[in-house]
Design a protein around this ligand. Structure first.
Ligand SMILES: [Zn+2]
Length: 420
C-alpha cells in the first residue's frame, strides 16, 4: 500500500476500484453475481493482494478464494476472516467486499511487522451470499460448513442451472462437499461488514460488535370479507376486508413497538406489500392479501411476537366478521454469535471509539451459516445514511481505520485468551 495513504483510505480505494470496469457485469452500476466474469476478475486481484500481504492462496471446491497466513509453527488451526464478494444488481461496493479487503489490510500489517500468532490467519472470499446468480443464497458458505444441499444444483439462473454454470467454470457440484472444513481446523469465524442500517449513525458510533443475526419469519396474510356497493351497503352491515387489513397492519406495528424487550432484542415487524380485491373505488373490498415479515435476535422472542400478532388478528377478525388466515412461507433460524468472542470484539471496538453495546443484525450474512459450526462474531461498520444495496452505499475512511485497528486489537485479545 502507498505510504501516503492511511489504511482506511487504501481499503476504501480498493473497494471503489472493484466497483466498475472488469469487476462489474454492468457499467451503469455495480453488479457482480457469483461465477460471472467480473466475479473471477475480482478474485484474481484479491488473490494478488493476499499474496502481497504475505499469504498463501488457494481455491476450494466451491470456488472460494482462501488466503492463509501461517502461525508461528506452521499447520496450526486458523482464525478465519471472511465475507462475500458477490453483489446485488445495482449494489454498493462495500457490502461484503469491505470485510475481505479489511482482513487483507490486517494481515498486511502483521506481515510488515513480522508478527505471527500461535494460530494461523485465513481469509475467505465467499461467492454466493446475495443469491443474485440463482434463486438460492449462501451456497458457498454452506459448502464450507458442510451443509451441501443437492436440491440446489438444479435451480435455474439466467445462464443455466447451478450444475451447468459451475461446470462451465471448471467446478463440479458433486465436489462441493470437498470444500467442507474440519471443525478443529477453524478456531473462530470473524466477519466485518457494513451495518446496512442507520443505528450506529444515530448513536454516533463508528463500530459495534454483533451479538446475533435475526431469526426471520415471512408469510402472507389473507383476509376475506364481503364485497358490496360503496353507496348502498350500510356501515353496520359491512364486512370490509380492507378496513380489517388496516387494523391488522396497525396491530403488527403496535405489537412490535410495545413488545417487552423488543427494541433491545432487535424485534421488527413489517407489512411491505398489500393487495386489495376487487380494487374498485366504489366497491367494499372482499379480499385483501398482505405480506408479513417478523425478525428478532432470538427465535423465542420472534415467535412470542408472532404469537401475539396472531392473537390480535384473531380478535379483530372475530369482531369484524371477516376470516383471516396466515400462511408462513419462510422460517430462517438466525444465529447467535459466540458470547466470549462478542465480548472481545466489543472491548476491541470500544477502545477505538466503537459502541459498548453489541447489536442484532436484521439482515442475513454468511456468519449465520458459519456460526452453526464454529464460534463466530461480526463487526459492524457505520453506514452513512443507513444506505445499502444501492450505488450511494458508502463508509467513512476514519471508520475503516478504526475497524482495522479493532480487528488487530481483537486478535491480541484472542491470543491472550487462548493462552489462559
Ligand atoms: Zn453483505
Amino acid at each position: 500500500m502507498s505510504e501516503m495513504m492511511t489504511t482506511g483510505q487504501n481499503v476504501v480505494a480498493r473497494c471503489r476500484l472493484l466497483s466498475a470496469g472488469v469487476y462489474s457485469e454492468t457499467q451503469d452500476g455495480l453488479f457482480r453475481p457469483w461465477l460471472s466474469d467480473s466475479f473471477f476478475q475480482a478474485q484474481a486481484i484479491l488473490s494478488e493482494w493476499m499474496i502481497q500481504a504475505g499469504m498463501q492462496v488457494r481455491y476450494d471446491a466451491a470456488g472460494n478464494l482462501i488466503g492463509r497466513y501461517e502461525a508461528c509453527i506452521p499447520g496450526q488451526a486458523a482464525i478465519l476472516f471472511g465475507s462475500h464478494i458477490d453483489t446485488v444488481a445495482n449494489g454498493g461496493c462495500f457490502d461484503g467486499l469491505l470485510g475481505v479487503i479489511l482482513a487483507i489490510s490486517v494481515v498486511e500489517q502483521l506481515s510488515q511487522a513480522q508478527k505471527r500468532y500461535p494460530f494461523a490467519i485465513e481469509i475467505i472470499a465467499f461467492g454466493d451470499e446475495e443469491g443474485s446468480a440463482f434463486p438460492v443464497s449462501m451456497m458457498t458458505s454452506r459448502a464450507v460448513s458442510g451443509e451441501v444441499n443437492p436440491e440446489d444444483w438444479a435451480l435455474i439462473g439466467p445462464s443455466g442451472t447451478v450444475a451447468e454454470v459451475m461446470r462451465a467454470r471448471g467446478l463440479s457440484c458433486s465436489d462441493l462437499s470437498k470444500a467442507g472444513r474440519n471443525a478443529e481446523d477453524i478456531i473462530a469465524f470473524v466477519e466485518a461488514h457494513i451495518e446496512q442500517g442507520p443505528v450506529l449513525e444515530a448513536q454516533e458510533f463508528s463500530l459495534a460488535a454483533v451479538r446475533s443475526i435475526a431469526a426471520q419469519r415471512r408469510g402472507t396474510v389473507t383476509i376475506i370479507g364481503h364485497a358490496g356497493h360503496a353507496g348502498t351497503l350500510p356501515m353496520v352491515m359491512r364486512r370490509d376486508a380492507l378496513a380489517a387489513a388496516a387494523e391488522a397492519v396497525l396491530s403488527v406495528e403496535r405489537v412490535a413497538v410495545e413488545f417487552p424487550y423488543g427494541a433491545e432484542g432487535g424485534l421488527v415487524a413489517t407489512v411491505g406489500r398489500l393487495e386489495v380485491f376487487p380494487g374498485g373505488s366504489n366497491v367494499v373490498a372482499d379480499r385483501v392479501e398482505f405480506s408479513l415479515d417478523v425478525r428478532a435476535g432470538a427465535r423465542s422472542l420472534r415467535d412470542a411476537a408472532v404469537q401475539q400478532i396472531e392473537n390480535a388478528f384473531r380478535d379483530l377478525a372475530q369482531r369484524r366478521g371477516v376470516t383471516l388466515s396466515c400462511a408462513w412461507q419462510q422460517d430462517l433460524e438466525g444465529a447467535e454469535c459466540d458470547p466470549t468472542l462478542v465480548r472481545m470484539m466489543q472491548k476491541a471496538a470500544e477502545s477505538e471509539g466503537g459502541s459498548d453495546v453489541a447489536l442484532v443484525s436484521g439482515a442475513g450474512h454468511d456468519t449465520m451459516v458459519m456460526a452453526r459450526r464454529w464460534p463466530s462474531v461480526m463487526l459492524f461498520i457505520r453506514s452513512p445514511g443507513g444506505i445499502s444495496h444501492h450505488p450511494d452505499e458508502t463508509v467513512l475512511e476514519d471508520d475503516v481505520d478504526a475497524a482495522h485497528r479493532t480487528l488487530l486489537g481483537f486478535l491480541e485479545r484472542l491470543n491472550l485468551n487462548q493462552k489462559n
